[in-house]
Design a protein around this ligand. Sequence first.
Ligand SMILES: C[S@@+](CC[C@H](N)C(=O)[O-])C[C@H]1O[C@@H](n2cnc3c(N)ncnc32)[C@H](O)[C@@H]1O
Length: 226
Amino acid sequence: MSVRRGPRLSLEELAPYLLTVPSASSGQPPAPLDWREVFGNDRPVELEVGFGKGLFLLTAAEVCPDVNFAGVEIVRKYQLFTATRLAKRGLYNVRVACADVRWFLPACPTASLQAVHVYFPDPWWKKRHHKRRVFTAEFVRECARVLEFGGQLHAVTDVEEYARIMAALLAAQPMLRLLPSPEPHQPVHDLDYLTNFERKFRQQGKPIHRLRYEKVEPPISPRGTD
Ligand SMILES: C[S@@+](CC[C@H](N)C(=O)[O-])C[C@H]1O[C@@H](n2cnc3c(N)ncnc32)[C@H](O)[C@@H]1O
């Protein structure tokens, strides 16, 4: 993905939009995040994993000003690019972190998120690269932990095989219940897509796989079967 440069903002100007967590190389596990402290209010929080150029965060923050959005992205230039877009629009209900989600999620408090969004995670086609995939059994476990009851996990991919893998991992998690797939929103103009990758793939006519799950109470196992 190339990043088109606009007028630069200083790090000082971007600071209110940046969420800083200690890096994995610091050797220190990230301290648990306190969303109230991060956003300065008690509004519900949603997390986007791998936000790229930030289209979803921008649109969602504008449409839902009473929701706080956090984003985690492993590439620093996308964090700064998205923070610049947020700052230019004054979207103060979003914070963006630069970190590996595998490092970041453990810092999110249990049952603290209203939704987790994962849009077009890299498929890492080569078998030897599969370990770099974001969507793993551990990731699903962590999502089930950080979501509040009734909170939703939204995952979208253009890769059929990856969608099948995601669905299998999710089906194995008793605290997540499959919901009907959301209807795709019909874009009216060029920025009216869920994400930049969705725009690219829909314009190419590729099929898009949409998964939606809800966190539920774990089923009570009958006495004596534990
Ligand atoms: C294919 S892009 C999709 C970007 C955006 N969600 C969209 O739909 O336009 C996947 C994004 O996930 C980010 N990413 C990959 N691995 C990650 C990880 N372990 N933690 C956080 N972000 C990651 C990549 O840097 C990239 O921006």
